[in-house]
Design a protein around this ligand. Structure first.
Ligand code: HEM
Length: 278
């Protein structure tokens, strides 16, 4: 049996993302059996077939009322407040992770302590997105988030899923946008790859893929930064509005990149200090 195939041309990645036999990967053992595992198992992102269709409808319903202009204005306001309150702002942690999450909590009408909930979204992203081991504290974070989303009139799992999906991808988009402006270069793709597993034998562009094979899809090379097909990103316009709001707030306050410490995660800096123009 083949173990891993990588696809990177636009045609092959597009075909793979539309092939129902290539499904999102199963849960890793590190996810455990608690609330974090239950959340992952209920997300559209990791579902197939009719389950996916049903869960996708709930996500679209949760995002439906979010008007990009209002999202942009909200991100602008949240980022501007940060520039006034904080003497030193980090583009990665404060702008990339913090502002989009707070913007989404506000836009989705999630009540409660915003800083606790933002920490909870990070905890979920660390386990489900980055593969950290699930723990009592990630399970408690999931439960707090679901509780906070219980009364807002949308499916709580869909709302928490949207918050989770916002976290790392939008942080990456913020960072790459700021970096490209700083370097006066073309922005690099924020999401570079995704994975599927063949649930049955299939073929993409004449290449046979047998059941059980892991398929790595190069989204950067193929130009599908926001995915394609059934699982394509439903948050694209919202994410772009958040980034526009952050950049507008930086320009309005005269904030520029001051220092990029040489610590990188892959090719992306883990810290990027900002400063006000003299
Ligand atoms: C407000 C911010 C965002 C929200 C609410 C959001 C929401 C989502 C959701 C719910 C999904 C799963 C859809 C499904 O499985 O049917 C998804 C998928 C995806 N999103 Fe986003 N997203 C956001 C930002 C971004 C950004 C900034 C990027 C990249 C620049 C991105 C790239 C993707 C990609 C590539 C997928 C497909 C993954 C795959 O097919 O394996 N998202 N997004």
């Amino acid at each position: 049996m083949q173990s891993l195939i990588t696809l990177s041309t636009r045609k092959a990645v597009d075909a793979a993302l539309r092939d129902p036999r290539l499904e999102p990967p199963p849960p890793p053992p590190s996810i455990g059996h608690g609330a974090t595992a239950m959340l992952r198992a209920s997300m559209a992102r990791f579902s197939s077939g009719d389950d996916h269709i049903r869960r996708r409808v709930e996500i679209e319903r949760a995002l439906d009322g979010l008007e990009p202009k209002v999202v942009m204005a909200t991100a602008f306001e949240i980022a501007s407040r940060l520039f006034v309150v904080e003497s030193e702002v980090d583009a990665v942690t404060d702008l990339g992770c913090g502002v989009p999450t707070e913007t989404m909590l506000t836009m989705l009408g999630v009540g409660g302590d915003r800083s606790v909930l933002a920490g909870d979204v990070r905890a979920v992203a660390e386990v489900i997105g980055r593969g950290a081991v699930a723990s009592d504290s990630s399970d408690a974070a999931v439960e707090r988030l679901l509780d906070a989303c219980a009364d807002i009139g949308c499916d709580p799992v869909a709302v928490v899923s949207a918050l989770y999906q916002t976290y790392d991808a939008t942080a990456a988009l913020v960072i790459e946008t700021i970096l490209a402006r700083h370097r006066q270069s073309v922005r690099k793709p924020a999401v570079t790859q995704t994975r599927r597993v063949a649930s049955a034998d299939t073929a993409i562009g004449g290449v046979s893929i047998s059941s059980g094979t892991d398929v790595l899809l190069d989204l950067a090379e193929s130009g599908f930064e926001f995915g394609a097909g059934r699982h394509c990103c439903p948050g694209r316009a919202i994410a772009e509005a958040i980034v526009d709001g952050i950049i507008a707030a930086m320009d309005f306050a005269g904030i520029v990149v001051h220092d990029i410490p040489a610590v990188v995660d892959g090719a992306r800096p883990t810290s990027m200090l900002l400063a006000r123009l003299p």
